[in-house]
Design a protein around this ligand. Structure first.
Ligand code: RET
Length: 285
């Protein structure tokens, strides 16, 4: 007991609270910030509606490749509804003390680390759907997905590092390096493949939408409380939530609508995710 009291005293002398803020306190802090709370609930509602709409849209799709695009795309709002429920409940949000050198050094900043964690599940599904649409081979698809997961996990590390301001930015740069590989595959490799596969019209639309929106995420990370702290937490959260709405639900809707209307084209693409050099023959029915 005496040792515990001594430990408490040691913490107090360092100016720290000996106990981390619990989930209930974080939940109450979120409840108290209506703007922030709304940025979570808007996505929970939209993800729920998207799931219902996409299941309805896909009810008559029977080509296996088109079905796989549907499953991958449907996973996006499913992961999203789980992600935002985690944020709204305070489960995946923590107050973290920023290191010296940070604009809010010594202050406890509300960090929504659950976002980065669940992006590691949702963004690979977006890329799987895009890769299938472009007629990618397995090598490019694997590279895009693995580097994308690397981007999300190192982004999580950047947000969770409280020991050194410099190391937060080192993680950020590592994440950007992974992101550059994803962008290259999207803009160069899959753009070429989609032309061969005959899906370039829809692929180009989705490629531009994806590249422009995805660039917004590292930008808002840098401007938000986790980076240079130019924007406050609720505004940054709305920026992410707004980008999520377009990058996920609008994106998924455009993709699935096209797949439903062009199921034959999808079915006749080079099978087995092989070389994108042939147009392939219509799938055996
Ligand atoms: C971080 C910070 C570190 C540097 C980079 C980032 C990129 C994040 C991206 C996120 C995309 C998320 C989407 C989610 C949809 O569910 C992690 C912000 C490069 C590109 C589209």
């Amino acid at each position: 007991m005496n040792e515990l009291a001594a430990a408490d005293l040691a913490f107090a002398s360092l100016g720290r609270v000996p106990m981390e803020m619990g989930q209930t306190e974080v939940y109450q802090a979120i409840q108290a910030d209506q703007l922030l709370n709304l940025s979570f609930w808007a996505n929970i509602v939209l993800a729920g509606l998207s799931i219902l709409l996409f299941v309805y849209m896909g009810r008559q799709v029977d080509d296996p490749r088109a079905q796989l695009i549907f499953v991958a795309t449907l996973m996006v709002p499913l992961v999203s509804i789980s992600s935002y429920t985690g944020l709204a409940s305070g489960l995946t949000v923590s107050f973290l003390e920023m290191p010296p050198g940070h604009a809010l050094a010594g202050e406890e900043v509300l960090t929504m680390w659950g976002r980065y964690l669940t992006w590691a599940l949702s963004t690979p599904m977006i890329l799987l759907a895009l890769g299938l649409l472009a007629g990618s081979n397995v090598t490019k698809l694997t590279t895009a997905i693995v580097t994308d997961i690397g981007m999300c996990v190192t982004g999580l590390a950047a947000a969770l590092t409280t020991s050194s301001y410099l190391l937060r930015w080192v993680w950020y740069l590592i994440s950007c390096a992974f992101f550059a590989v994803v962008l290259y595959i999207l803009l160069v490799e899959w753009a070429d493949d989609a032309q061969v596969a005959g899906t370039s019209e829809i692929f180009d639309t989705l490629k531009i939408l994806t590249v422009v929106l995805w660039l917004g995420y590292p930008l808002f990370w840098a401007l938000g409380a986790e980076g240079f702290a130019v924007l406050d937490v609720a505004i940054t959260s709305w920026a992410y939530s707004g980008m999520d709405i377009v990058a996920k639900y609008v994106f998924a809707f455009l993709l699935l609508r096209w797949v439903v209307n062009n199921e034959r084209t999808v079915a006749s693409m080079a099978s087995g995710l092989g070389a994108a050099g042939s147009h392939g023959t219509p799938a055996d029915d």
